[in-house]
Design a protein. Sequence first.
Lengths: 229, 424
Amino acid sequence: VWRSHCCWFLPLFVIVPLFVLLLLMRFPQYAALCILLVGSAGAGLYFVARKYPSWQRLMNARLDPVGMRRQRLWLVYGVMTLVLGGSLYDIFTDTEHWPFSPYPMYASVERYRSLKVLRAYGVTAGDMPGEIPLWEPHYLYPFDNSRLRAALTWMWGSARRKHWLADALEDILARYEQLRQASRHHGVSLQGIRLYRLSWRLDPWARNADQPDQRELLFEVVRPVGKER
Amino acid sequence: MPWLRRRWQEFWFAPASPTNLGVCRVLFFGGILLLYLAEDFSAWAGVSRVFWRPIWLFTSLHLPILPGPAIIVMQVIWKVALWCSCIGLLTRPSTMTSFGLGVYLMGLPHNFGKTHHYDTVVVLVLGIMALSRCGDGWSADRLIRVVRRGIDLSARPLTLSGEYTWPIRMVWLVLALIYFAAGVSKVRHGGLEWIVSDNMAIMLIQHQYHIANDEPLTTWGLYVAQYGWLSQFLAAATVVFETSYALALFSRRARWVIVPAMLSVQAGIRILMGPTFGSFLVCMLFWIPWEHVGDRLATWLSRGRKHMLLFDGGCGLCQGTVAVIHSLDLLRRIELCDAFNRWPEIAARFPHLDQGACLEDMHLITATGQVYTGFEAYRRLAWILPLGWIALPLLYLPGVRPIGQWVYRIVASRRQSSCPLPPV
């Protein structure tokens, strides 16, 4: 079994011990349980493979001059059903089950020549604090502009927004400073983050992209002077 | 019904050589590795849990956010697995590892606020490749098999199987479903208004206000937005090509129009609006019939003339080496000739050659008639074999030539003792 089907087992032999090792490092109290579970799983797989070689043919897929084996055909049809079923279900129900999706990006109609977005601004440290917009990805890593905006918009719309936004903005500030100190970006030192709702009337040539018509302060987290890093 | 069944079988399981799937594997895994090489997924472990909104996959499987060091280990293994899948080393385990770890790593960011859609296709294609026999062609695994088995120039049957067809068709199907879904979403949420209103013009302007993940490459979107008819034309073309993408599955003619058109749409989104869909572009490489492209390129490059490689067919070591060279000769520019068993033929074509010398050293006779022997023959081969181009700079470094000649001489002189076949 090992000789002819080692390719099937190899990932298990590589990945499973690695995960077990990580689990043991993190939760040493469950060491015995982990070893027992993995041992039984390995032994179970081995005996299943010995008793039912046809199961192995699913993965082994020896080339057959006449055509594909029945087990492989079933596997292909299984994959096809999964791909088709998952995709069509999400398309018709308009629901999201990553990696399947109805792909709704850009699907809504923009009717007005205006734009409203939430955006975080950094409050610079020093005697004369200023503000810098935080939309460039290297300030926000691992977030990107669009993901962070979606997360902040969702928090602002929730009942627990005060608690959540305080944590979120504190997190953005801490990570900005970590990245700055690690020279991942060359932004100025910040002592706080403010969340604004920005509104524009769209200019046909986007000349006002950096000067919104309205800025409404929604929330802020500012560390006391002297506590900024 | 028999007609339909035949068409169905032809579409999914028409016998094909492993070349096309092998090239697709190299390009797909190589492309994905390049796209994700600089990505550090472990950064998500440090993000506040207040952002955590698990997607259904993580909820259903109770997948947690692993600690940063664990994610670092996972992503290193994942990237190594992608590389191994690309070169086709331990292909089955490496493609399965790429898929297994890829699902977790690529899914992780979507639990923080928003589900993006640029990597869904990658996950599905990784799964398909993990179940396919994509390592049978253009792979290190195949080279290893060739070295072990040697080469039999008299009979090399070409292995054709439906196993090499269905994975490519499945990737086509995945792409068709994705674009179809995107088109249906636009029709469902916007209807005709999505096309005939100012919608596209407004979106093009909005994306100059720093709202996307990436900034648009140009400000051309603003120029397009000035012309209502042009924006509406772009919107109409997008919806038409998205919803009709599935036609490319069945019609060769439609394929020539729809696939390049969607490629242009993706490029247009990057140029005019900002978001990048690099992984989609990588997956579109599955549409190209690489085998035909390679054949045409080989025909054009060789133009009927081939280089000839003379080797000692009575030596197992030489046979192994020649088998590797034969496998690497992707453009089919080298004609292999056994100087031990086919000497009369060779002597008739090249009377100035000596059999003893040909059996002693490997001889390469170029299309123009120049003769290279030993290490010089290998250096010349590096010009001829596409993969050899990578080694070319190394082979011309100062001092490499005398070292190469010295190594070649040592191996050649000990050939009789190391050769697995009995001495002639």
